[in-house]
Design a protein around this ligand. Structure first.
Ligand code: FDP
Length: 340
């Protein structure tokens, strides 16, 4: 079969009426920016891009040089494209308006420019995550409040994982598709159409070092997995934790599995509501996973139904193979009900 490039795929999606010309252009621009990020990531120590930038982001986390570079690449590429009303990033407190010298469009773009960035210096996969929303019709200068739309309203979501291969995973709400970067040709090529996450799995991903801080239903669920063949589940489970959400989610999209970043007492003690960000981590990943037949919840409710209250809001994240996510979520809901 002849290879299908991302551009051809986008044309097909336009013809099928799944996206309009502006959204198609937006995705092209994001993909082009991610190719530039891939080049910077791949240079490693030779590019002088490793290590801390010496600054903190809005969430008080130390920024890596590549966090800052990736953010600038995405902002710059999208500013002139003419398809955006504004964009928002993990690295910036407020949304960035489109400079007056460029035309404006109908879309809002949210992104985490370099997720899993603590992995950069040790040469482990990192990624970019993005989400596209429609700008409300009557809004000329979008503010943070205009981004606060539930995940069900996303028009598109995707991530790029910068691993041994650079891979783009994309959904417009009509299945989840994977493109691999052909470095010689310089274009993304469709490598898997309509990814499906198996409903069952024997592999889970969680940061076990937080175990003692978890809530009782999480302790129960993981305890049962760890008991393996001798426990109530009657089978052995394997564990993986890359500590790079894009890489962990990509494994799940490839061979199944579940990923958890639950609420815990350590997060609660700091007044937090979760570890991962709703608008540019949980929502796009939930959209991608659901479109591949998986499930994504906060442990209590469907992620895509959460009404956001703040641009940088954090939520617990449970996602992956449907049956396991439903079980872990049921344990939490039942524990809440028992407590009244
Ligand atoms: P990072 O802080 O390195 O950006 O986005 C947050 C995230 O990485 C996820 O990519 C990853 O799954 C998780 O945090 C890793 O958390 P731990 O440090 O607890 O392992």
């Amino acid at each position: 079969m002849k290879p299908v490039s991302l551009i051809q795929f986008l044309i097909e999606e336009r013809r099928a009426g799944h996206i309009n010309a502006e959204l198609s252009l937006l995705i092209e621009v994001v993909a082009r920016a991610c190719k530039r990020i891939a080049v910077a990531v791949n240079k490693g120590a030779l590019g002088g891009v490793l290590g801390n930038a010496g600054t903190d982001n809005v969430q008080g986390e130390a920024q890596k040089k590549l966090d800052v570079i990736s953010n600038e690449i995405l902002l710059e590429a999208n500013a002139w494209g003419g398809h955006l009303a504004a964009c928002a990033s993990e690295e910036m407190e407020d949304p960035q308006p489109i400079p007056d010298m460029y035309p404006k469009g109908q879309h809002l773009l949210l992104f985490d420019p370099l997720d899993g960035s603590s992995n950069i210096d040790v040469n482990v996969s990192v990624g970019t995550i993005f989400s596209v929303l429609r700008c409300p019709d009557d809004v000329v200068e979008p503010k943070a409040e205009h981004f606060l739309q539930p995940g069900t309203t996303q028009l598109a979501a995707g991530y790029v994982v910068y691993g041994p291969a650079t891979v783009l995973v994309l959904t417009f709400g009509h299945g989840t598709h994977e493109f691999t970067l052909d470095r010689e040709v310089g274009s993304f090529v469709l490598s898997r159409r309509d990814l499906r996450i198996p409903e069952q799995t024997a592999e889970f991903a969680i940061n076990m070092s937080n175990q003692r801080h978890w809530e009782a239903p999480m302790q129960r669920y993981v305890g049962e997995l760890l008991a393996g063949k001798d426990g109530p589940r009657g089978k052995d489970f394997n564990m993986r934790w890359v500590a790079s959400m894009v890489a962990d989610v990509h494994r799940i999209l490839t061979r199944g599995g579940v990923f958890f970043y639950p609420m815990d007492a350590k997060i609660a003690a700091k007044g937090g509501t979760g570890k991962l960000r709703l608008m540019y981590e949980a929502n796009p990943m939930a959209f991608i996973v659901e479109q591949a037949g998986g499930a994504a919840t906060t442990g209590r409710a469907r992620i895509l139904d959460v009404q956001p209250a703040a641009l940088h809001q954090r939520v617990p994240v449970f996602l992956g193979s449907r049956q396991e996510i439903e079980l872990a979520t049921r344990y939490h809901v039942e524990a809440d009900e028992a407590q009244g």
